[in-house]
Design a protein around this ligand. Structure first.
Ligand SMILES: [Fe+2]
Length: 301
């Protein structure tokens, strides 16, 4: 397989939230992210040495604002930009002051037109001097972003052929799990079919199975709605817990994930649409699982 550019990882998710203070408290105190800085209408949080792995924007309508991926090098970033341009999309470099505000090097954004998801690409982000200190959860990394779209087939086609996400597994016409090749993690982006375009969930991977059990009790005690799990996903083998943030957006903690090596990795499996695919332990999702949050569609600068 020869691909024109290489990813490094999912860098961060940018979310719109209706009450910034309330959401900062939730992500800091109940999920365990570290608040790096807060400015007018925006808050930067991290779960690594990166300046941010989650950015919250005060907005009327909650949802996902953009998904940002770190490329393997500046050469890969430039290749990606040219590739999107020649593929008929309209990538746009961010102005220097906007990159500075994000503490990132050169950055561009491009919209995936079928789902409306705005993707951001960069190759450098400020590495903070002090390590990320675990508080209530030993978060390892931001793991993946999942959206749902009514234009499912077209979105998957474009994300795999133009955006170079590698398909790991799929349920025909319903759900696709994709990795940002050559990153070995089973998925850093997943897309499901829905009757409308919306955010499905944001995932943070934890380092210990105890983080899942502790989060379950902490969320219940705080009155946070747990919408699915604890359970174990068949496709990725992850142990999971899903719960709702203050705007009703679904967040996930998961422990463990299959890794697919760059060379000699297995082919994607076509999985059966069956409750066991989502949870081999047999729990069932609640009504509000993966439903809250829009995909922001406004012209990006
Ligand atoms: Fe997930």
């Amino acid at each position: 397989m020869s691909l024109p550019f290489r990813y490094e990882k999912l860098g961060y998710a940018a979310l719109n939230v209706s009450d910034l203070d309330r959401s900062i408290r939730f992500y800091q105190e109940l999920m365990g992210l570290d608040l790096v800085s807060r400015e007018e209408g925006v808050a930067y949080l991290r779960c690594s040495r990166d300046h941010h792995n989650l950015v919250l924007y005060a907005a009327k309508t909650p949802g996902i604002k953009r998904a940002a991926y770190k490329m393997a090098s500046k050469a890969d970033l430039d290749l990606a930009f040219e590739h999107y341009k020649t593929s008929g999309l309209e990538p746009r470099w961010l102005a220097a002051d906007a990159c500075r505000a994000l503490k990132q090097g050169p950055t561009f954004r491009v919209r995936e037109p079928s789902s409306g998801l705005l993707l951001e690409f960069y190759d450098r982000m400020t590495h903070l001097a002090l390590p990320y200190e675990h508080t209530v959860t030993k978060i390892a990394r931001i793991g993946h972003i999942v959206i749902a779209t009514k234009n499912y087939a077209a979105a998957i086609e474009r994300l795999t052929s133009v955006f170079n996400f590698a398909l790991s597994d799929f349920v025909e016409d319903k759900f696709s799990w994709m990795r940002c090749y050559p990153n070995p993690l089973h998925h850093s982006l997943a897309v499901g079919y829905s009757e409308r375009n919306h955010l499905h969930h944001i995932n943070f991977m934890v380092t210990d199975v105890d983080d899942i059990g502790k989060a379950l009790n902490r969320m219940r005690k705080a009155g946070v709605e747990v919408v699915f799990g604890p359970g174990r996903h068949l496709p990725s083998t992850s142990i999971f817990l899903y719960f709702l943030d203050p705007d009703g957006m679904t967040m996930e903690f998961s422990f463990g994930m299959e890794e697919i090596p760059e060379q000699g990795g297995r082919l994607p499996r076509m999985l059966e649409m069956h409750p066991n695919t989502m949870d081999i332990w047999g729990s069932m999702p609640a009504e509000r699982f993966g439903r809250g949050g829009e995909i922001e569609v406004v012209d990006h600068e």
